[in-house]
Design a protein around this ligand. Structure first.
Ligand code: ATP
Ligand code: MG
Length: 290
């Protein structure tokens, strides 16, 4: 699949509204068209994860950001469904606790970074510091900062800090991929109504979701600014159409596979001394009498 329509090219300025259509489906018409390709993608991903784990050199960090009901949870569930649970960790970031507020804002993310050989998933992330905190600026007051730069300076400072952080991760072998699941306001409304009307989905609905929806335009502005400042060669942003959940999953799986393929992962190759030890172990096993 061509990924050009989804990537935020580093150094360019995008418009969420003009350049990205939440209902885009490429050449696919319906769910059934995509099933086979998604299945193949999930299988391929599992095979890369096996080598990633064996090689123990790289780690992968997948960041998912979205408005409520865009399908973060179900995308993570489907795309990762073939993966060995030992090689994968998911962290969901909520409003910070008192302990977290006693630290710098990247602390809780640092603590949750994937080890080499693993795939780490952030369901929401430190980008909330440029999203919900920007839309509700009063949240900054709780952060016990010694100084809050005026106006947009505080966000510009955070763009820089986050870019530096991600460069550091890249230099240390952590592949960072960032996905924004781009759901339309209309589709979000449909999904909220469905959550209210279907008893087995009631648990997914929170009245605060509707309160945040009222800030939709502010969120879109904040997201756009994030994409225009933090999509880099070493940690690109992908804006994934999210009005059709099956298409979201397909594209996310396809992008992760492509980026893992590019890492050119290799199973470790044994040196002569290690090969010799294997042969010795074989001889011992074969000479067992019972
Ligand atoms: P779901 O609704 O599907 O369970 P969710 O990710 O929306 O998933 P919630 O518990 O509803 O989970 O929401 C988490 C909330 O925490 C979001 O409103 C988010 O904006 C907020 N949050 C996350 N990080 C921060 C942060 N650094 N500062 C303030 N609020 C944050
Ligand atoms: Mg929520």
């Amino acid at each position: 699949m061509n990924h050009d329509p989804f990537i935020v090219e580093p150094g360019t300025k995008i418009s969420l509204q003009k350049d990205f259509d939440p209902s885009y489906k490429a050449e696919f018409h319906e769910k059934a068209d995509a099933r086979k390709k998604l299945k193949a993608g999930i299988k391929e991903l599992a095979s890369y994860q096996d080598i990633l784990y064996a090689q123990n050199t790289y780690a992968v960090l997948l960041i998912f950001q979205a408005m409520d009901a865009a399908g973060k949870d179900s995308t993570i569930k489907h795309v990762m469904s073939g993966i060995n649970p030992q090689g994968c960790q998911v962290f969901s970031f909520k409003a910070p606790s008192d302990e977290e507020l006693d630290h710098d804002y990247l602390w809780r993310s640092m603590k949750s970074l994937p080890e080499r050989g693993r795939i780490g998933i952030f369901n929401r992330s430190y980008y909330e510091e440029l999203l919900v905190v920007r839309v509700h600026r009063e949240l900054l007051e709780k952060q016990q900062l010694p100084y809050i730069p005026n106006g947009n300076k505080v966000w510009e400072q955070r763009f820089e800090e986050i870019n530096n952080f991600e460069k550091y991760l890249f230099n240390n072998g952590i592949l960072v991929l960032k996905f924004f699941l781009n759901v339309s306001k209309n589709e979000q409304k449909k999904r909220f109504l469905d959550r209210i009307e279907s008893p087995d989905k009631n648990w997914k609905f929170s009245p605060s979701d509707v309160r945040e929806r009222a800030f939709w335009d502010d969120y879109m502005m904040a997201y756009e600014d994030v994409f225009n400042h933090t999509s880099t060669e070493y940690a690109p942003w992908y804006i994934i159409p999210a009005d059709k959940k099956w298409f979201t999953r397909l594209v996310v799986a396809d992008i992760i596979c492509k980026k893992l393929r590019e890492l050119n992962l290799q199973y470790p190759v044994l040196g002569e001394a290690e090969k010799q030890r294997l042969l010795e172990a074989k001889t011992v096993l074969e000479s067992e009498t019972d």
